[in-house]
Design a binder for this molecule. Structure first.
Ligand code: NAD
Length: 316
Protein backbone atom coordinates (compact mmCIF):
# COMPACT_ATOMS: atom_id res chain seq x y z
CA UNK A 1 0.00 0.00 0.00
CA UNK A 2 1.17 3.41 -0.77
CA UNK A 3 1.48 7.03 0.16
CA UNK A 4 1.08 9.24 -2.90
CA UNK A 5 2.14 12.85 -3.52
CA UNK A 6 0.84 14.94 -6.43
CA UNK A 7 2.54 18.25 -7.24
CA UNK A 8 0.69 20.78 -9.39
CA UNK A 9 -2.43 19.14 -8.00
CA UNK A 10 -4.66 22.12 -8.70
CA UNK A 11 -3.64 22.41 -12.35
CA UNK A 12 -5.62 21.18 -15.32
CA UNK A 13 -4.15 17.68 -15.31
CA UNK A 14 -3.36 17.64 -11.59
CA UNK A 15 -7.00 18.12 -10.57
CA UNK A 16 -8.06 15.15 -12.68
CA UNK A 17 -5.22 12.99 -11.34
CA UNK A 18 -6.09 14.05 -7.77
CA UNK A 19 -9.76 13.16 -8.31
CA UNK A 20 -8.85 9.69 -9.57
CA UNK A 21 -6.43 9.12 -6.68
CA UNK A 22 -9.01 10.27 -4.16
CA UNK A 23 -11.32 7.56 -5.49
CA UNK A 24 -8.48 5.07 -5.01
CA UNK A 25 -7.96 6.34 -1.45
CA UNK A 26 -11.65 5.90 -0.74
CA UNK A 27 -11.51 2.40 -2.21
CA UNK A 28 -8.61 1.54 0.12
CA UNK A 29 -6.19 1.07 -2.77
CA UNK A 30 -3.76 3.68 -1.46
CA UNK A 31 -3.02 4.68 2.12
CA UNK A 32 -2.56 8.42 1.94
CA UNK A 33 -2.75 11.25 -0.56
CA UNK A 34 -0.92 14.58 -0.36
CA UNK A 35 -1.68 17.34 -2.86
CA UNK A 36 0.73 20.21 -3.35
CA UNK A 37 0.15 23.35 -5.38
CA UNK A 38 1.10 26.98 -5.19
CA UNK A 39 -2.54 27.68 -4.45
CA UNK A 40 -5.82 25.80 -4.51
CA UNK A 41 -8.58 27.69 -6.26
CA UNK A 42 -11.40 25.85 -7.95
CA UNK A 43 -13.30 23.43 -5.71
CA UNK A 44 -12.23 19.88 -6.33
CA UNK A 45 -13.86 16.66 -5.12
CA UNK A 46 -10.48 15.60 -3.79
CA UNK A 47 -10.45 18.46 -1.27
CA UNK A 48 -13.75 17.38 0.25
CA UNK A 49 -12.24 14.16 1.59
CA UNK A 50 -10.73 14.95 4.98
CA UNK A 51 -8.08 12.27 4.52
CA UNK A 52 -6.55 14.17 1.60
CA UNK A 53 -3.79 16.50 2.76
CA UNK A 54 -3.60 19.74 0.74
CA UNK A 55 -0.44 21.83 1.00
CA UNK A 56 -0.37 25.30 -0.53
CA UNK A 57 3.03 26.72 -1.34
CA UNK A 58 5.95 26.96 -3.67
CA UNK A 59 7.62 23.66 -4.51
CA UNK A 60 10.90 25.59 -4.45
CA UNK A 61 10.44 26.49 -0.78
CA UNK A 62 12.35 23.88 1.29
CA UNK A 63 9.80 24.12 4.15
CA UNK A 64 6.90 23.44 1.78
CA UNK A 65 8.80 20.59 0.17
CA UNK A 66 9.67 19.08 3.55
CA UNK A 67 6.04 19.27 4.65
CA UNK A 68 4.81 17.66 1.42
CA UNK A 69 7.27 14.77 1.68
CA UNK A 70 6.71 13.92 5.33
CA UNK A 71 6.05 11.02 5.58
CA UNK A 72 8.14 10.05 2.58
CA UNK A 73 5.87 9.18 -0.38
CA UNK A 74 6.18 5.91 -2.26
CA UNK A 75 4.70 7.33 -5.45
CA UNK A 76 5.01 10.91 -6.75
CA UNK A 77 3.16 12.44 -9.69
CA UNK A 78 5.14 15.57 -10.49
CA UNK A 79 2.84 17.83 -12.49
CA UNK A 80 3.79 21.28 -11.16
CA UNK A 81 5.26 23.37 -13.89
CA UNK A 82 5.29 26.53 -15.94
CA UNK A 83 3.65 26.41 -19.38
CA UNK A 84 5.53 26.77 -22.65
CA UNK A 85 4.21 30.32 -23.03
CA UNK A 86 5.38 31.41 -19.58
CA UNK A 87 8.73 29.65 -20.03
CA UNK A 88 9.33 31.48 -23.31
CA UNK A 89 8.26 34.86 -21.92
CA UNK A 90 10.11 34.58 -18.59
CA UNK A 91 13.21 32.42 -18.90
CA UNK A 92 14.19 32.79 -15.23
CA UNK A 93 10.76 31.66 -14.05
CA UNK A 94 10.78 28.59 -16.31
CA UNK A 95 14.24 27.64 -15.14
CA UNK A 96 13.34 28.15 -11.49
CA UNK A 97 10.13 26.10 -11.54
CA UNK A 98 10.63 23.54 -14.31
CA UNK A 99 14.28 22.78 -13.58
CA UNK A 100 15.46 24.01 -10.17
CA UNK A 101 12.15 23.15 -8.46
CA UNK A 102 12.19 19.66 -9.94
CA UNK A 103 15.82 19.09 -8.96
CA UNK A 104 14.90 20.20 -5.44
CA UNK A 105 12.17 17.56 -5.40
CA UNK A 106 14.55 14.86 -6.68
CA UNK A 107 17.15 15.83 -4.10
CA UNK A 108 14.63 15.70 -1.28
CA UNK A 109 13.52 12.24 -2.43
CA UNK A 110 17.14 11.10 -2.66
CA UNK A 111 17.88 12.23 0.89
CA UNK A 112 14.74 10.54 2.20
CA UNK A 113 16.12 7.29 0.81
CA UNK A 114 12.87 5.55 0.02
CA UNK A 115 13.36 5.22 -3.77
CA UNK A 116 9.83 6.26 -4.74
CA UNK A 117 8.28 5.84 -8.16
CA UNK A 118 8.32 9.35 -9.69
CA UNK A 119 6.13 10.05 -12.71
CA UNK A 120 7.15 13.38 -14.28
CA UNK A 121 4.95 14.89 -16.98
CA UNK A 122 7.38 15.44 -19.83
CA UNK A 123 6.31 16.86 -23.17
CA UNK A 124 6.55 16.38 -26.92
CA UNK A 125 8.08 19.88 -26.68
CA UNK A 126 11.44 18.09 -26.38
CA UNK A 127 11.26 17.79 -30.19
CA UNK A 128 12.34 20.94 -31.99
CA UNK A 129 11.89 22.49 -35.40
CA UNK A 130 12.07 21.49 -38.13
CA UNK A 131 10.15 18.42 -37.02
CA UNK A 132 11.19 15.24 -38.85
CA UNK A 133 8.87 13.38 -41.23
CA UNK A 134 8.16 10.69 -38.70
CA UNK A 135 8.77 10.42 -34.97
CA UNK A 136 9.31 7.07 -33.33
CA UNK A 137 10.94 5.76 -30.16
CA UNK A 138 14.44 6.30 -31.56
CA UNK A 139 14.02 9.83 -32.96
CA UNK A 140 16.63 12.13 -31.38
CA UNK A 141 15.32 15.08 -29.40
CA UNK A 142 16.50 18.59 -30.13
CA UNK A 143 14.42 21.19 -28.28
CA UNK A 144 13.93 24.62 -29.85
CA UNK A 145 11.94 26.10 -26.96
CA UNK A 146 13.15 26.86 -23.42
CA UNK A 147 10.22 24.78 -22.18
CA UNK A 148 11.36 21.79 -24.25
CA UNK A 149 14.95 22.24 -23.12
CA UNK A 150 13.80 22.30 -19.49
CA UNK A 151 11.73 19.14 -19.96
CA UNK A 152 14.70 17.43 -21.62
CA UNK A 153 17.06 18.40 -18.79
CA UNK A 154 14.68 16.83 -16.32
CA UNK A 155 14.35 13.67 -18.41
CA UNK A 156 18.14 13.29 -18.32
CA UNK A 157 18.36 13.87 -14.57
CA UNK A 158 15.41 11.58 -13.90
CA UNK A 159 17.22 8.80 -15.78
CA UNK A 160 20.43 9.42 -13.83
CA UNK A 161 18.68 9.48 -10.43
CA UNK A 162 16.99 6.22 -11.50
CA UNK A 163 20.27 4.65 -12.64
CA UNK A 164 21.76 5.46 -9.25
CA UNK A 165 18.79 3.88 -7.51
CA UNK A 166 17.62 7.07 -5.78
CA UNK A 167 14.24 7.24 -7.48
CA UNK A 168 12.35 4.98 -9.87
CA UNK A 169 11.63 7.67 -12.47
CA UNK A 170 9.25 7.61 -15.41
CA UNK A 171 8.86 10.50 -17.86
CA UNK A 172 6.03 9.95 -20.34
CA UNK A 173 5.97 12.72 -22.96
CA UNK A 174 2.49 14.19 -23.15
CA UNK A 175 1.05 15.55 -26.39
CA UNK A 176 -1.59 18.34 -26.31
CA UNK A 177 -4.12 17.37 -23.68
CA UNK A 178 -7.60 18.62 -24.52
CA UNK A 179 -9.81 20.46 -23.96
CA UNK A 180 -8.43 22.60 -21.18
CA UNK A 181 -10.33 25.72 -20.09
CA UNK A 182 -9.32 28.99 -21.76
CA UNK A 183 -6.47 30.75 -19.92
CA UNK A 184 -4.58 33.92 -20.79
CA UNK A 185 -1.22 32.40 -19.85
CA UNK A 186 -1.96 28.91 -21.18
CA UNK A 187 0.51 26.85 -23.18
CA UNK A 188 1.48 28.06 -26.66
CA UNK A 189 -0.29 24.94 -27.92
CA UNK A 190 -3.52 25.86 -26.12
CA UNK A 191 -5.18 26.56 -29.49
CA UNK A 192 -5.66 22.78 -29.76
CA UNK A 193 -8.15 23.03 -26.90
CA UNK A 194 -9.65 26.31 -28.12
CA UNK A 195 -10.30 24.85 -31.57
CA UNK A 196 -12.46 22.12 -30.01
CA UNK A 197 -14.11 24.10 -27.21
CA UNK A 198 -14.92 27.48 -28.77
CA UNK A 199 -16.95 26.43 -31.86
CA UNK A 200 -18.53 23.55 -29.89
CA UNK A 201 -19.83 26.11 -27.41
CA UNK A 202 -21.25 28.30 -30.18
CA UNK A 203 -18.50 30.92 -30.32
CA UNK A 204 -16.52 32.11 -33.33
CA UNK A 205 -12.87 31.05 -33.36
CA UNK A 206 -9.88 32.49 -35.21
CA UNK A 207 -7.61 29.46 -35.51
CA UNK A 208 -3.88 30.42 -35.42
CA UNK A 209 -2.90 27.43 -37.59
CA UNK A 210 -3.95 26.52 -41.11
CA UNK A 211 -6.52 23.79 -41.88
CA UNK A 212 -3.73 21.32 -42.73
CA UNK A 213 -1.85 22.02 -39.49
CA UNK A 214 -1.46 18.67 -37.72
CA UNK A 215 -1.67 18.02 -34.00
CA UNK A 216 -1.03 15.17 -31.59
CA UNK A 217 -3.91 14.94 -29.14
CA UNK A 218 -4.96 13.09 -26.02
CA UNK A 219 -8.14 13.72 -24.02
CA UNK A 220 -7.80 14.50 -20.31
CA UNK A 221 -9.23 11.11 -19.19
CA UNK A 222 -6.84 9.25 -21.52
CA UNK A 223 -3.96 11.38 -20.20
CA UNK A 224 -4.85 10.58 -16.59
CA UNK A 225 -5.13 6.89 -17.40
CA UNK A 226 -1.68 6.94 -18.98
CA UNK A 227 -0.06 8.86 -16.11
CA UNK A 228 -1.45 6.43 -13.53
CA UNK A 229 -0.44 3.50 -15.72
CA UNK A 230 3.09 4.96 -15.93
CA UNK A 231 3.42 4.42 -12.19
CA UNK A 232 2.30 0.79 -12.49
CA UNK A 233 4.58 -0.45 -15.28
CA UNK A 234 7.36 -2.76 -14.09
CA UNK A 235 10.66 -0.84 -13.98
CA UNK A 236 12.52 -3.48 -15.97
CA UNK A 237 10.21 -2.92 -18.95
CA UNK A 238 11.02 0.79 -19.16
CA UNK A 239 13.58 2.18 -21.60
CA UNK A 240 17.00 2.96 -20.09
CA UNK A 241 16.39 6.67 -20.70
CA UNK A 242 13.16 6.45 -18.70
CA UNK A 243 11.40 8.85 -21.14
CA UNK A 244 9.08 7.84 -23.96
CA UNK A 245 6.36 9.20 -26.23
CA UNK A 246 2.78 8.45 -25.34
CA UNK A 247 0.37 7.34 -28.06
CA UNK A 248 -1.61 10.29 -29.44
CA UNK A 249 -4.24 10.81 -32.09
CA UNK A 250 -2.88 12.77 -35.03
CA UNK A 251 -5.41 15.08 -36.63
CA UNK A 252 -5.40 18.19 -38.79
CA UNK A 253 -7.36 21.30 -37.83
CA UNK A 254 -9.67 20.56 -40.75
CA UNK A 255 -10.32 17.00 -39.53
CA UNK A 256 -11.11 18.31 -36.06
CA UNK A 257 -13.62 20.79 -37.47
CA UNK A 258 -15.15 18.08 -39.69
CA UNK A 259 -15.56 15.82 -36.69
CA UNK A 260 -17.14 18.65 -34.69
CA UNK A 261 -19.53 19.30 -37.62
CA UNK A 262 -20.70 15.67 -37.51
CA UNK A 263 -21.69 16.21 -33.92
CA UNK A 264 -22.91 19.83 -33.89
CA UNK A 265 -24.06 20.32 -37.49
CA UNK A 266 -22.36 21.68 -40.62
CA UNK A 267 -22.86 25.35 -39.68
CA UNK A 268 -20.17 24.93 -36.99
CA UNK A 269 -17.56 25.23 -39.76
CA UNK A 270 -18.74 28.83 -40.40
CA UNK A 271 -17.61 29.79 -36.91
CA UNK A 272 -13.98 28.81 -37.60
CA UNK A 273 -11.69 31.13 -39.50
CA UNK A 274 -8.06 30.18 -40.23
CA UNK A 275 -5.44 32.86 -39.54
CA UNK A 276 -2.14 30.92 -39.44
CA UNK A 277 0.76 32.30 -37.39
CA UNK A 278 3.96 30.89 -38.98
CA UNK A 279 5.93 30.53 -35.73
CA UNK A 280 3.15 28.50 -34.13
CA UNK A 281 2.67 26.40 -37.24
CA UNK A 282 6.28 25.17 -37.30
CA UNK A 283 6.57 24.05 -33.66
CA UNK A 284 3.01 23.24 -32.71
CA UNK A 285 1.10 22.26 -35.85
CA UNK A 286 3.51 20.23 -37.97
CA UNK A 287 3.38 17.03 -35.99
CA UNK A 288 4.31 14.17 -38.30
CA UNK A 289 3.31 10.50 -38.28
CA UNK A 290 3.89 9.07 -34.81
CA UNK A 291 5.01 5.53 -34.04
CA UNK A 292 4.86 4.53 -30.37
CA UNK A 293 5.77 0.83 -30.41
CA UNK A 294 7.30 0.96 -26.95
CA UNK A 295 4.34 2.68 -25.28
CA UNK A 296 1.86 0.46 -27.13
CA UNK A 297 3.65 -2.66 -25.89
CA UNK A 298 3.55 -1.29 -22.32
CA UNK A 299 -0.23 -0.79 -22.47
CA UNK A 300 -0.45 2.97 -23.01
CA UNK A 301 -3.39 4.06 -25.18
CA UNK A 302 -4.79 7.09 -27.00
CA UNK A 303 -8.49 7.80 -27.40
CA UNK A 304 -8.96 5.52 -30.41
CA UNK A 305 -10.71 7.87 -32.83
CA UNK A 306 -11.43 11.56 -33.21
CA UNK A 307 -15.15 11.38 -32.37
CA UNK A 308 -14.34 9.66 -29.06
CA UNK A 309 -11.53 12.10 -28.31
CA UNK A 310 -13.82 15.08 -28.91
CA UNK A 311 -16.59 13.59 -26.80
CA UNK A 312 -14.13 12.98 -23.96
CA UNK A 313 -12.50 16.38 -24.38
CA UNK A 314 -15.81 18.22 -24.13
CA UNK A 315 -17.07 16.17 -21.19
CA UNK A 316 -14.13 16.93 -18.91
N1 NAD B 1 -1.62 20.17 -20.69
C1 NAD B 1 -0.84 19.72 -21.66
O1 NAD B 1 -1.27 19.64 -22.82
C2 NAD B 1 0.58 19.26 -21.37
C3 NAD B 1 1.34 18.73 -22.40
C4 NAD B 1 2.65 18.33 -22.14
C5 NAD B 1 3.14 18.39 -20.85
N2 NAD B 1 2.38 18.93 -19.85
C6 NAD B 1 2.95 19.01 -18.50
O2 NAD B 1 2.05 18.45 -17.58
C7 NAD B 1 2.15 19.13 -16.33
C8 NAD B 1 0.75 19.60 -15.91
O3 NAD B 1 0.23 20.41 -16.95
P1 NAD B 1 -1.13 21.22 -16.80
O4 NAD B 1 -1.66 21.39 -18.17
O5 NAD B 1 -1.96 20.62 -15.73
O6 NAD B 1 -0.55 22.62 -16.31
P2 NAD B 1 -1.23 23.71 -15.35
O7 NAD B 1 -0.54 24.99 -15.62
O8 NAD B 1 -2.71 23.66 -15.49
O9 NAD B 1 -0.87 23.16 -13.90
C9 NAD B 1 0.40 23.32 -13.33
C10 NAD B 1 0.20 23.54 -11.84
O10 NAD B 1 1.49 23.69 -11.26
C11 NAD B 1 1.36 24.66 -10.23
N3 NAD B 1 2.67 25.25 -9.96
C12 NAD B 1 3.41 26.02 -10.79
N4 NAD B 1 4.53 26.42 -10.18
C13 NAD B 1 4.51 25.86 -8.94
C14 NAD B 1 5.39 25.92 -7.83
N5 NAD B 1 6.54 26.61 -7.89
N6 NAD B 1 5.06 25.25 -6.72
C15 NAD B 1 3.90 24.55 -6.64
N7 NAD B 1 3.02 24.46 -7.66
C16 NAD B 1 3.33 25.12 -8.81
C17 NAD B 1 0.40 25.70 -10.78
O11 NAD B 1 -0.19 26.46 -9.73
C18 NAD B 1 -0.60 24.82 -11.51
O12 NAD B 1 -1.72 24.49 -10.71
C19 NAD B 1 3.14 20.26 -16.55
O13 NAD B 1 4.40 19.85 -16.11
C20 NAD B 1 3.15 20.43 -18.04
O14 NAD B 1 4.39 20.94 -18.50
C21 NAD B 1 1.11 19.35 -20.09
Amino acid sequence: MTGVLVTGADGYIGRAVAARLTARLQAGEIDSLTLLDQRFGIQNDAFADGRVRCISGDLGDPCVLAQATEPAPEVVFHLAGITSRQAEEDFALGLRVNVVGTIGLFERLRVLGRRPIVVCASSIGVYGTPLPEVIDDLTPVNPTLSYGAEKRMIEILLADYSRRGWIDGRAPRLPSVVARPAAADGALSAFASDLIREPAQGRRYACPIGPEGSLWLLSLPACVHNLLHAADVAADRLPAGRAWNLPALRATARQIVQSLCKRFGPSLADRVEYRPVPSLQAQFASWPALSTGLADSLGFRHDGDLATLIAQALRH
